[in-house]
Every structure is written in C-alpha cells, then in structure tokens.
Ligand binder design. Sequence first.
Ligand SMILES: [Zn+2]
Length: 75
Amino acid sequence: MENNDNENMKCLRCGEEMVTANLLMYPASQPVVQRTRKGLLSAPVQSGTQCLVCIKCGYIELRATQPHKLKFRTE
Ligand SMILES: [Zn+2]
C-alpha cells in the first residue's frame, strides 16, 4: 500500500523516522476501523488502516488511510 501522506512521520516516543509495514494477523488482513451509530439512517462508516513502525524503539502506530470516510453524513 503506497501512501505518500505518511512520509517523514516521526516516532511520537523517540522522534526517529517511521517506516510503513504490514501488520499481519491471522487470517492475514490489514485492520479496518469502523464507526457505528444507532438508528436506521446511520450506515456504518469505515476506513482501512496503515501501519507505521519505528525501527529504533519499536513503537507502532495505526493510521486511517481514508479518515474523511469516518465522518457520518450529519457530522
Ligand atoms: Zn521510536
């Protein structure tokens, strides 16, 4: 997954440059973040995620790849 929005992301803990990595789970897939609301008119909204890892201290960060998709229409 290429996403240049995350270039030059610095580790929140130690300030080192972070690299993109695949967060593997079994069955293997990238996690999805989803928001739901009660009510028939509120379809769930969701976004894929991207995993960034600090190769110095090991800090791992997940970022939504399409954060704008996590807004409900009425928000
Ligand atoms: Zn770090």
